[in-house]
Design a protein around this ligand. Sequence first.
Ligand SMILES: [Zn+2]
Length: 683
Amino acid sequence: MAQSSVETPTRTALTAEQMKQTMSKLQAELTAKYGQDQAIRIRRGLHQVVEFWREDDGNTAVYEDFVSKNFAGDQASLDIMFDRFQRLLEQLDGHMHEIVREFRNQQDLDIGPVRTYDETFGGYDPSAHVLDDFFQNKLAFTVLLNFPLTTLDERINFGPKWTRRQWAETRLAQRFSKRIPADVNLAIAQAAAESDNYITSYNIWMHHLVDDQGRRLFPPKMRLLSHWNLRDEIKADYVDSKDGLAKQRIIQHVMERIITQSIPQAVVDNPHVDWNPFTNQVTPAGVNDSDSTAQDGDKISATPEPSTRYAMLLKTYHAARLADPYSPTEPTLIARRFEDNRELPEDRVQAMLEQVLTSPLVPQVAKLIESRLGRPLEPFDIWYSGFRPGSKHSEAELDALVAKKYPAAETYQKDIPNLLMKLGFSSERAQNLAARIVVDPARGAGHAMGAEMRTEKAHLRTRVEKSGMNYKGFNVAAHEMGHNVEQTISLNEVDYTLLQGVPNTAFTEGFAFVFQAQDMHLLGLASPDARSEALKTLNDFWGTYEIAGVALVDMAVWHWMYDHPEATPEELREATLQISKDLWNKFYAPVFNQKDVVLLGVYSHMIDSFMYLPDYPIGHLIAFQIEEQMKKAGNIGSEFERMAKMGRVTPDLWMENATGKPVGAEALLSATDEALKQVKSRP
Ligand SMILES: [Zn+2]
């Protein structure tokens, strides 16, 4: 080992020089063979292969042999290659997905007990090594030699002029735009799992929170996971006219102590201590509401958590950076998130979010909330949940109606053509789509699982109780049916299967929301009136305003980490607090009349999800655009088909085709403007 590591540098240098000569030689030979008009393709292909070629792929002779045998230098052979890859990759993806679905069935469906081995089957990913295999057997290099790798910039600027075939070729090449070594992927997965573990056990025992009067505001046994359950409790407390406000204030303090890490370590997931989040005093538990008993070793101490939250985040950053050198077109996690996953440039996303945050509608909606609350806004009111319209029908009434209509999953299955016709699909199309959707009884709340090849069907998983389907189940089924119809059209009707699907998950959610919003109509009842629609829009707007700031914190924190690669957890904590305060002061303080609030830094995804948070506000905006377009068009069926056939191009190009405008905030803002008028006209 030692010997070869000394020799390696000279040998590598020699190889690089040899490789250069080989490339020049191949360039000349292939150009002579296929003509000058292939010169650019040849140069590009030679470079794309070299960029990913490793020592163990073979020496220059192997490279030379590979290139001479696999370059498709005329249109006819390129067409054959393209068709073959498209057809076989559809088979690969489709069958892999079929295995995954079968392996997960016991876990996903309501079909009897789940045994330990069922969980192992469910966690198995048969395609985990496909990319490695394709580089090893050089099929990946065949693609890289013949089809163009692109940057997001090129896809945005030239994409609108490309043919559909060029788009399909682009997506084909993109599959092989990264060659991340297995040990790097493993390190990333480990950091993700470690931070995920930290997050999923971060519970607060609510009955053990005491205020200055020693009161316990929350019921025994209530254990809330940070931050999701804490936030949802704040939302739920709006209807508690007695203690709601006091509860919300105490939760805000808990959240702030988590963010600043002044939270005593001893109170995290521990029912054996009481804690006053205002004074930060910790005392032995005055009541016992858990199954476990206090251990002698349990410390009753107010020693703060030692910035573990930020140590976890730093670990994910260090792991993510390991992939940077293997991703030449997107060499940072930030670039991979925006340019690869989202395909929206970061500065555009930033501008869209700021457009919402600085909208003159913010102070207007804030005022409306204040008047509905009858008090000035407090920081936790970023989670205000009171724009919910009342329903004409009681839940029990709806449950009975749905249970009678759908006593079992098969009855829903049989009714799908009828439901689709109610949404404006022609009878023939409705029959055709319904034949490609299988309804299964779900173990959980329900989900939609599309197919990945045309010979497979989409699966709609919905919950059916022994007493029949209930209203909640029907509402979820309508949502999932929206996903299934999108999945079916965008797989079967798209011109190239390499383009199957939608640009990202926000798009399919938009389709699902459109179906879900029609649930009353589908049941033969009156659809929500204009006022209910307006309240829903205001709710969407306020939710987008909240999550836009959270997303900007996530983005700024990742930039800070890339700018300070040697930072300690304490330094990261200080930076995160400053970023949270700065963004609050800029976009929230003007309507909340309070400065230096750190609440925007509370989201747990920021710690374990590798800059996932911007997906939420972008998703709101995209789904809203799709819903608005459907409303404008009037006919859901034909509009749905037209949109879903576009396939997986860039989000902007897709949205231009669907609505005439790129992805943006205007649809939400103008609908909010209208909604404000509607709600104000009839208080
Ligand atoms: Zn969904």
